[in-house]
Design a protein around this ligand. Structure first.
Ligand SMILES: NC(=O)c1ccc[n+]([C@@H]2O[C@H](COP(=O)([O-])OP(=O)(O)OC[C@H]3O[C@@H](n4cnc5c(N)ncnc54)[C@H](O)[C@@H]3O)[C@@H](O)[C@H]2O)c1
Length: 276
């Protein structure tokens, strides 16, 4: 039985907690949870038959009886608590992957992982095909991600504050609002473009992976088109994700990928793949 702590009780956190509670993730016990919003943590525990303890602060999450802490909160939350989780010798699963494109954050986390002998797990989230990208990473010349979302899914991103951006309500046709390196995309769209970080970490890094963000008022899916080319040949594929019913920014595939990775971690068949 693996003991799981949960940081963040929103869309993804709730899906994971319910999957543990109803047995979709066998051999798992949700022992403790934390959310910056006490209401969110209480709302989540109310849905569960086996109640975890609600912790008073995020650092306590890893000092109690847990094998792994699942971060499903925000890039800031991950940056704040990753080190204390690892120093407490707990494994860590990361959903706010964009934080890992910051080289200083990544090196602190990965150095600590080596020192304390734990593992960091990064589910493939809202994309697929990362096995292929990883296999050819040494032969890749170019990787481009074109993400198309409804403007409502992009609303509130810092991009609209710091750039000479179009008024989101005036977009009436598919419009490329951003094109640049993934490392910039994840800070300008921190809750919308985690896939850029997953693709970068699997392939040629956040400076060389190019991201296009397209706002399309007719979009009913969150669509990611990946194009990769190099000595190995060329790949091009598209994933059309249904947004989760609770949060239009989060695709249903991201919830399912997280649940699947935890299922592997909690089983003893060795199918939980660590990132480090
Ligand atoms: N890897 C992927 O493919 C992928 C896909 C979708 C979302 N995400 C990321 O996963 C995270 C969770 O997504 P979600 O859809 O569940 O979001 P959500 O907004 O539904 O829930 C996030 C929860 O975290 C809490 N929270 C925010 N900051 C916190 C902090 N500093 N400390 C503690 N709790 C905090 C919020 O109160 C909220 O309850 C986000 O960062 C999101 O960008 C990753």
């Amino acid at each position: 039985m693996k003991r799981i702590g949960l940081l963040g009780c929103g869309t993804i956190g709730t899906a994971i907690a319910v999957a543990i509670d109803d047995g979709t993730i066998p051999r798992a016990e949700l022992t403790q949870v934390y959310d910056i919003s006490r209401d969110a943590a209480e709302g989540l525990t109310a849905k569960l038959s086996r109640k975890p303890t609600i912790m008073e602060n995020p650092h306590l999450l890893s000092s109690g009886p847990v094998d792994i802490v699942v971060e499903a909160a925000s890039q800031g939350a991950l940056t704040d608590v990753a080190l204390s989780i690892i120093q407490n010798r707990r494994d860590l699963m990361v959903m706010s992957v964009g934080a890992l494109l910051d080289e200083s954050v990544r090196s602190v986390i990965f150095d600590a992982v080596r020192e304390y002998g734990v593992s960091v797990y990064v589910p493939t989230g809202a994309i697929a095909g990362m096995d292929g990208i990883r296999a050819v990473r040494d032969e890749l010349d170019t990787v481009t991600l074109t993400t198309t979302k409804h403007p409502d899914s992009l609303r509130g991103a810092p991009f609209f504050d710091v750039h000479d951006a179009p008024d989101i309500d005036s977009i009436d046709a598919p419009t490329t609002i951003f094109e640049g390196p993934a490392v910039d995309a994840v800070s300008l769209f921190p809750t919308n473009i985690n896939v850029a970080a997953i693709l970068s970490l699997s392939g040629i890094g956040g400076n060389r992976t190019i991201v296009r963000v397209v706002a399309d008022p007719a979009a009913v899916t969150n669509t990611h088109m990946i194009e990769a080319a190099g000595e190995f040949g060329r790949m091009q594929y598209t994933i059309e994700n249904r947004p989760s019913s609770e949060n239009p920014r989060t695709s249903r595939l991201a919830l399912l990928a997280a649940i699947d990775m935890l299922r592997g971690y909690c089983s003893d068949d060795g199918l939980g793949f660590p990132c480090t």
